[in-house]
Ligand binder design. Structure first.
Ligand SMILES: [Zn+2]
Length: 221
C-alpha cells in the first residue's frame, strides 16, 4: 500500500541504488586485464551481474531492517482500543524483507473490521517515521484471528483499561453452561450482560451487580 506521505524516503533510497548500479558497470568484467593496470584493479573484478534490487544489502542488514520494521509496526495501537498495540492483539503476524522491501503481514480481528484500514495506514506511517519507506501491508485472512492470540500483556492492559479480557479458557462455557465474565473494576463474578454489542461490534456491554459499574467485554471468537 502506498501512502502520500512527505516523510517518505523511498525516492532517496532508489536514487542511491541507481547510482550504485552505474558505478558497478564502469570496469566491465569482459574488459581484458591490462598488464600495466595496478594490482588492486584485478582484485576488484566486478561481478558481471547487477547488484540485487535491494541495493545489495547483506543478510545481516536485512535482519536489522526487519527488526527495526517489526519494532515500528509493533508499536501501532488499535484505534478502537488504544491501550493495545497490534502486537498485544496478535494482529501483527510477520515482517519480511525481500530485496530491501519491507512487507508487514496482519490478520484482522474479524473480517471486515473497519479498524484494519486505519491500522494498515498507521503501520505505513510508523515505518515512514522509522525511515523505512515504501513498505507493503498484506492482510492475511487464514488462519483466522482468535482471541487466543491476545498476549498475556495485552490481557492485563485490557483489564487495566476497564475492558474484561476474553474468557477463552478451555471448556469454560461448557463447564458453567454460560459465560462468566469477572468485573474488571472489582473482580466480582456477579455480572450480567446488558447488550450483545458494546462500543464496537468486537465488544459486548456488561454490568457488575456488585459495584454497579457497566463495562465492555472483549468477546471470544
Ligand atoms: Zn464490579
Amino acid at each position: 500500500m502506498r501512502f502520500p506521505c512527505p516523510l517518505r524516503e523511498g525516492g532517496r533510497g532508489r536514487g542511491l541504488r541507481a547510482s550504485a548500479r552505474e558505478e558497478s558497470k564502469s570496469p566491465s568484467a569482459s574488459e581484458p586485464a591490462h598488464p600495466d593496470a595496478p594490482a588492486a584493479r584485478a582484485e576488484t573484478t566486478p561481478s558481471p551481474y547487477p547488484p540485487p534490487a535491494g541495493g545489495g544489502g547483506t543478510q545481516k542488514e536485512a535482519a536489522a531492517l526487519r527488526r527495526r520494521a517489526w519494532e515500528a509496526a509493533a508499536a501501532v495501537v488499535d484505534p478502537e482500543l488504544p491501550v493495545l498495540t497490534i502486537a498485544d492483539l496478535g494482529v501483527l503476524r510477520d515482517v519480511t524483507v525481500r530485496d530491501g522491501q519491507v512487507e508487514v503481514a496482519i490478520t484482522p480481528t474479524y473480517s471486515g473490521c473497519p479498524a484494519m484500514n486505519v491500522i494498515a495506514l498507521e503501520i505505513g506511517l510508523a515505518l515512514d517515521r522509522a525511515g523505512i519507506g515504501g513498505a507493503q501491508v498484506r492482510t492475511v485472512l487464514s488462519p483466522a484471528w482468535t482471541t487466543a492470540w491476545l498476549t498475556p500483556e495485552g490481557r492485563c492492559k485490557l483489564a487495566a483499561y476497564g475492558v474484561a479480557p476474553p474468557q477463552d479458557g478451555a471448556g469454560r462455557r461448557a463447564l458453567f453452561g454460560a459465560e462468566t465474565v469477572p468485573c474488571p473494576q472489582c473482580g466480582s463474578v456477579h455480572t450480567e450482560r446488558l447488550a450483545e454489542f458494546g462500543s464496537t461490534s468486537c465488544k459486548a456491554l456488561w454490568r457488575c451487580t456488585d459495584c454497579r459499574e457497566p463495562f465492555d467485554y472483549f468477546k471470544c471468537h
